[in-house]
Structure formats: structure tokens, C-alpha cells
Design a protein around this ligand. Structure first.
Ligand code: KG4
Ligand code: ZN
Length: 333
């Protein structure tokens, strides 16, 4: 192909409004506007999220185009997140994309958000070799995905209840920390003893995960200790964070290792918001080093929700001729 492919990608599945511009699969800009409005509610409030997307979407897209030096009339296609996610949030991105596609007579590229988290590994070098086993850990999902080529994703394990990010956020909430608590647990854990407290994690069949038992185990433990000493959390915050983080990371790594050994896969990686966790990043490096495997750890900017990962997935769909239609529902899978 001689002509360049210029794409605008929009991500609005949860509480981050993001836009990216890619030329021939190279990311020229990746703008993200977060939403602080949810902090005081201890979780994302869907109605507030969609209203904030509505406020952010035009300035964020404007900034992404300006930074990339690309005009709206130069675009060859527009990509958007077509779920999974919150309906009111998805509607903002998909409606904008459809309006733009209609007015400019350019094709639409609907992208699956979870596939895009894995595809974030294909933005920069070194790109994973196939077969590739990726642990995708976000606020809404926890999946083990096997990729045998650039367009096949097979989910070989998933959570049966909470996602890993939810386990972090709900544990943080029990400790009185604001939403999203995952990054705060990571921060306080750096000063704590990860072996100080032991919590239960449940073994699931195949390569599945379950985090609800862990949450209950932390809740009962903290409640008991608080009865004896009302300042228990305050006095032991770092050790609590380090121990909770160690339990979650240990559990994730155990499943990743078992699947890789069983299936004989030597290229392993992590993706999704929780892959920003410093202990998880180290643990994957350590595991790969011990086993002689190749670890793939995404750049921080591509761990949490961003439009660059939507753009790289859309670019491969564009090359494969996989376009969407104006009548597509804004939500899939
Ligand atoms: O992928 P993401 O941005 O959004 C979803 O698709 O859900 O993931 C957000 C999740 C939240 O649960 C957040 O607490 C978690 O990723 N997270 C972390 C860290 N950074 C983000 N969890 C643990 N440690 C971190 N450093
Ligand atoms: Zn995500």
C-alpha cells in the first residue's frame, strides 16, 4: 500500500475520554481526560461518566488532531470502542464516530475494548511473538488470552466474579482509601511487609479466577482487628496494602504460570489497568527470567484505558478490510 492510512481512534468505555491519531499504525498522539467526579462515590457513577464524556470529547479529539498535525479532512477512517463498557459512556464515543464518518464519508472501525488491551503490545517494539499468552487485568475484566496470530484471540481463562482491578479497588475501599484504590495500594505497599498478613484466594477449575473469597477474607479480618484496635488500619496501612497486593499478584501469576507450562507457551505478557501495578510487573519479569521465557510489559501510558490501543487494533482491522456499519449497535460482547 503506497497511500498512508490516517486514523482517529476514540475510547469512551468507562471513565476516561481518550482520542488518538495513528498514521500507518504509528501513534502520533494519545490524549486522555480522566474524571475526578467519581472519587467521592467510591466507584464510577454511569450517569456522571456519560455526562463527563460529553464535556470532554470535543476538546480531547481537537487536542489529539492538533498534536498529530492532522486535519479532520485528512482522516481515512474513524475507530471507536464498541464495548464492553458502560452503555451511556460508549454511546458518546460511538455517536461521535458515526457522525464524523457520515459527514466525511469515511469508514467506521468498531473495536472490542478487551482485544485492544492485548493489542497495546503491538504499538511499540519489541512486539510479542506468537503463540503469545496475555493476562488481561482491568477494572471490569480478568482474562487469560492466547493469541496464535494477529487476528485470533482465544480466552482460555476468566474471572467467575470480580475482576482483579475490582479486587484492588474494593480492598482499598475497605481500608478507607478513595476510588480508584489500585494505584494507592501499589503506592502504600512499597513501604510495607508483604508477608505480614495472609489472605485466602480460591483455586478455580481450568484457568479461571475468583476474587470474591479474597474480598470476604480481608473484610472479616479487618473487622475483627478493628474491634480490638480502632486504629488498626491507620497503624498498619502499608503492611495491609503490601499483603493484599502480594495475595492478588501471587494468585494471578500462579494461573499465568500454570497455563503457560501446560500449553508450552514461552511468550507471556500482561495488559489492562492492573498491569500498571509495580509488583505485578516485577513478578512477570521474575517468572519469565526463572523459566527462560520472554516477558512483555506494556508502557505505562498503554496500561490503563487509552485510545492508542483502540487505534492499533483498528489499524489491523483496516488492513484486513474489517469495517463496521452505521447501523451497528454501540454495544457488543
Ligand atoms: O483498564 P482500565 O484502565 O479500565 C478498565 O477497562 O476497567 O483499568 C482500571 C483498573 C482499576 O481497577 C484500577 O484500580 C486498576 O486498573 N489499576 C491498578 C493500578 N493502576 C490502575 N491496580 C493496581 N495497581 C496499579 N498501579
Ligand atoms: Zn480497560
Amino acid at each position: 500500500m503506497n497511500r498512508q492510512v490516517k486514523l482517529l481512534a476514540i475510547e469512551s468505555s468507562c471513565d476516561d475520554t481518550s482520542a488518538a491519531v495513528l498514521v500507518d499504525g504509528k501513534v502520533l498522539s494519545n490524549e486522555v481526560a480522566g474524571q475526578l467526579v467519581h472519587e467521592k462515590f467510591g466507584g464510577v457513577v454511569p450517569e456522571l461518566a456519560s455526562r463527563a464524556h460529553q464535556q470532554h470529547i470535543v476538546p480531547v479529539i481537537d487536542a489529539a488532531l492538533k498534536k498529530a498535525g492532522i486535519r479532520i479532512e485528512d482522516l481515512d477512517a474513524v475507530a471507536y470502542t464498541r464495548g464492553p463498557g458502560l452503555m451511556g459512556s460508549l454511546l458518546v464515543g460511538s455517536s461521535f464516530a458515526k457522525g464524523l464518518a457520515l459527514s466525511r464519508s469515511i469508514p467506521l472501525l468498531p473495536v472490542n475494548h478487551m482485544d485492544a488491551h492485548v493489542m497495546a503490545h503491538f504499538i511499540d517494539d519489541p512486539k510479542p511473538e506468537f503463540p503469545f499468552l496475555c493476562l488481561v487485568v482491568s477494572g471490569g475484566h480478568t482474562q487469560l488470552v492466547r493469541m496464535d496470530n494477529a487476528v485470533s484471540m482465544e480466552i482460555i481463562g476468566k474471572t467467575r466474579d470480580d475482576a482483579a482491578g475490582e479486587a484492588f479497588d474494593k480492598s482499598a475501599k475497605l481500608l478507607g482509601l478513595p476510588y480508584p484504590g489500585g494505584p494507592l495500594i501499589d503506592k502504600y505497599a512499597k513501604e510495607g511487609n508483604p508477608q505480614r498478613f495472609q489472605f485466602n484466594s480460591s483455586k478455580m477449575p481450568e484457568y479461571d479466577f475468583s476474587f470474591s473469597g479474597l474480598k470476604t477474607s480481608i473484610l472479616y479480618f479487618v473487622q475483627d482487628e478493628m474491634k480490638k484496635n480502632p486504629a488498626f488500619i491507620e497503624e498498619n496501612l502499608a503492611d495491609l496494602c503490601a499483603s493484599i497486593q502480594e495475595t492478588i499478584v501471587g494468585y494471578l501469576i500462579k494461573n499465568l504460570k500454570r497455563a503457560a507450562l501446560d500449553l508450552g507457551l514461552k511468550h507471556i505478557g500482561i495488559a489492562g489497568g492492573v498491569s500498571a501495578n509495580s509488583r505485578l510487573r516485577n513478578a512477570v519479569e521474575e517468572l519469565a527470567k526463572k523459566q527462560g521465557w520472554h516477558p512483555y510489559i506494556p508502557d505505562f501510558q498503554y496500561c490503563t484505558d487509552n485510545a492508542a490501543m483502540i487505534g492499533i487494533t483498528a489499524y489491523h482491522q483496516f488492513l484486513a478490510g474489517k469495517f463496521g456499519a452505521m447501523a451497528d449497535r454501540p454495544f457488543a460482547r
